[in-house]
Structure formats: C-alpha cells, structure tokens
Ligand binder design. Structure first.
Ligand SMILES: *Cc1c(COP(=O)(O)O)cnc(C)c1O
Length: 399
C-alpha cells in the first residue's frame, strides 16, 4: 500500500461514508493547482465546488486571516465584533440590500431565509401564510428545512416527513409557478442559476415574471446565490446581471473563499418586517475569523478587478467549450454564464470522463443527470482554459 492508500483506508475507518470520494488525498494548493500527498498536480476546475474563487495561496487574503487569528477567533453574538460589521457593510454595499445575518454554511443561510419569509408572512397575514414555492431540480442544502425546498426526490425520500407547506414548480416555467400561488404563499425560492441540478440559468423573462408576480401579491422572492453568486457569472450576484432584485438572498461558498461562512441578506421589505430579537441565532455565525475572510474577499475582488476578469475569461471559456461540443458528438450542449458552465454529455456517463480527467491531472465535477460542471477559481487565466480543453479533448478521444 502506498501513502495515499493508507490515508484512504484510515479515512474509511473514521469518516462516515456519505460520499463516494475520488481516490485523491489533497495536500496543498497553489494558484489554480491542487497537489496531492504524492506530489501530483491537478488543474482545478472545481474550486472545491465553486468556493475557492481566489485560488490558493492569495497572500493578501492569507495575511488578513493570520492577522485576525492573532487577535481573536471567536466572541459569540452576545457582543459586537469589528470584522462582522465591516464584512456586513461590504456585503450590503455589493448587493444594495438592507440587513445581513451571517451563518456557517449555505444550508443555514437557506434555513434563515425560510424563517425570515415565514415570519414576514405570518406577521403581516397570519399563520396560514406559510407556504413556499420551490423549483424542480433545485438544490438548497441538506438540512431538513433546506432539503424540504430541494427538488430532488433522491435526496428527500429517505428523510420524510420533511417540512410541510412546500410545493414544487417547473424552473423557467412561469405559468407553473403562478398556478401554485395562493393566499397562503409567503415565498418563492429559486437559484438564479441552478448549479447542482445541471447548470441551468434562469431565463430573463422567467426571473422578471417571478419578480412581478411576487411583488403583485406581496410574496417574498428568495434567490439562492450560494453557488452562482460572488462574481461567478461576472456580476457580484447573478441577479444583478438580470436586473431582478430579490427580497431575500442567500450566499455562501465563495463568500469566504475557503473559510466556512454564509449569509442571508434581506431587502427593505423583509428587513423591516420579519425577524426580530430572539427569533434567530447562531453561536459561530458572524464569527470574527469568518468575517475577516469575507471582508478580505471583497477587498481582493476589488483590487484584482475580478468581475471584469470573470467577464473576459468567462467569454473565452464559453467559446472554447462551444468548440469542444461542436467537435465531439458525445457532448450535447453547453449551458451557463461566465465561469459557471456545464456541458451535457450523451452516450456515456459524465462520471467516466471526469475520472479520466482526474487521472490526467484535471479536476472537474459532475452536475445534474449527466453534466460536467466547470466552476474554476475566478482568478483562472486563458492559458489554464487552453490547458483544460487540451486535457479534456484527449480524454474524450481515449474514451
Ligand atoms: C452548495 C449549495 C447550498 C448548500 O450549501 P452548504 O454550504 O453545502 O450547506 C445551497 N444552495 C446552493 C445553490 C448550493 O450550491
């Protein structure tokens, strides 16, 4: 047994097997490359599932973290702390929204958003106003509340009964949403770009229609930006590219670029008329270390002009993936915006391509039914895209 196999065996004797992991033990990262315990390099087009937007080893980001580690890691929410104030201000400035609640994960951000929406409905219209409309093929997380609005039978089935009052509409089908709305509906939740479900961007008319229907009926629109937000589509938040503003937004993943942190952010309506003192809480959420990370992330985005960069290299990635799809009959179509792209595979399992790519030093992740997802660090350059395409083309030829 080599070193890697020994680690893998220890892991399987220790960590609950809820993932079928790839046979790689990651040791360190540098730039847009990860290295395993054997010293092998991997070009990273997964970014730890759309998290490590700054890549690995960004010196300014690491300095900010180290500085905070030297001061204080944790305070609880019984007291104020400066990093949370600064991170919150930056998040509100970037979103134009009103109030933020920091969480430790995406799922918790979704939980908070659902609670805020229910509280708004109940306070304004009474306890009947508690229903949520969610989307088919959506993903919002694995806790019971978030799972209840996740339109995936496989994920839901073993854990029923889930939270009540949830109905599923067809994504990008406004009529299907409208037909589920009634006086009991307090919120609609959707990803601006569906990630896990197979990289499906919302159609502009759909999102605009949702906004109109929700506004007409005083239903809150929750947009889950956990994966598509934080610059991935070339706007800080994907809804900004559509010019459709949510009442509540959830964010996480790249928000901390590796430090676990999420947030739900409330617009004017929800901020002034939902959660009050005592309604919600968290021990860790808004912790100084996590918030120092968030604050540094916003600073680095600005200094690096990362949004413009994403628009430029995102267009290039699109172009190169379109070429790949044209050349290879096993690739059916490309979907996505900016550096959040998916390529639908036909005639063979996407997983086979992804495993082959891994063997060739390229990290890719799957999505949806049979889709390869491309969510690299946002600092990726054209040369890395060329290299990825070359490796992927070789893998396809071999298969
Ligand atoms: C990843 C993800 C979540 C869940 O985030 P966790 O941090 O894994 O709890 C929720 N919504 C979307 C859109 C996601 O991509």
């Amino acid at each position: 047994m080599d070193k890697k196999e020994r680690y893998m065996e220890r892991a399987e004797h220790t960590i609950l097997h809820t993932y079928n992991r790839f046979p790689v033990v990651i040791d360190r990262g540098e730039g847009v490359y990860l290295y395993d315990t054997e010293g092998r390099a991997y070009l990273d087009f997964g970014a730890g599932i759309a998290v490590s937007a700054l890549g690995y080893g960004d010196v300014e980001y690491e300095k900010a973290l180290a500085g905070q580690i030297g001061k204080v890691l944790h305070t609880s929410n019984l007291y104020y702390n400066v990093p949370a104030i600064e991170a919150g201000e930056k998040l509100l400035k970037a979103s134009g929204m009103e109030r933020v609640f920091f969480t430790n994960s995406g799922a918790e951000a979704v939980e908070g958003a659902l609670k805020a929406a229910r509280k708004y409905g109940r306070k304004k219209y009474g306890e009947e106003r508690c229903e949520i409309i969610a989307m088919e093929h959506s993903f919002h997380g694995r806790t019971i509340g978030a799972l209840s609005v996740t339109g995936n039978e496989k994920y839901q089935e073993p854990f029923r009964p889930l939270m009540g009052g949830v109905k599923f509409a067809k994504f990008n089908d406004l009529d299907s949403v409208q037909s589920l709305m009634n006086g009991r509906t307090c919120a609609v939740i959707a990803e601006t770009v569906q990630g896990e479900g197979g990289v499906y961007p919302a159609k502009k008319e759909f999102l605009e229609g949702l906004r109109r229907l929700c506004s007409e009926r005083d239903i809150l629109l929750i947009l889950d930006e956990i994966q598509c937000g934080m610059g991935r589509t070339g706007s800080m938040f994907a809804w900004q590219g559509y010019q459709v503003e949510p009442d509540i937004m959830t964010t996480a993943k790249a928000l901390g670029c590796g430090v676990p942190v999420g947030a739900f952010v409330l617009g004017r309506k929800a901020a002034s008329f939902s959660l009050e003192a005592g309604d919600h809480g968290t021990t860790y959420g808004g912790n100084p270390l996590a918030c120092a990370a968030v604050s540094a992330v916003f600073d680095r985005y600005e200094t690096l002009h990362l949004l413009e960069h994403v628009r430029r290299v995102g267009a290039y990635l699109e172009e190169r993936l379109n070429e790949l799809v044209e050349k290879n009959s096993c690739l059916k179509e490309r979907r996505g915006i900016g550096l959040m792209q998916g390529v639908e595979v036909q005639g063979l399992p996407a997983g086979e391509i992804i495993s082959r790519a891994l063997d060739s030093g390229l990290l890719l992740i799957a999505a949806g039914n049979n889709c390869i997802r491309f969510v690299p660090p946002l600092v990726i350059e054209r040369g890395h895209i060329d290299k990825m395409v070359k490796i992927l083309q070789n893998c396809l030829q071999e298969l």
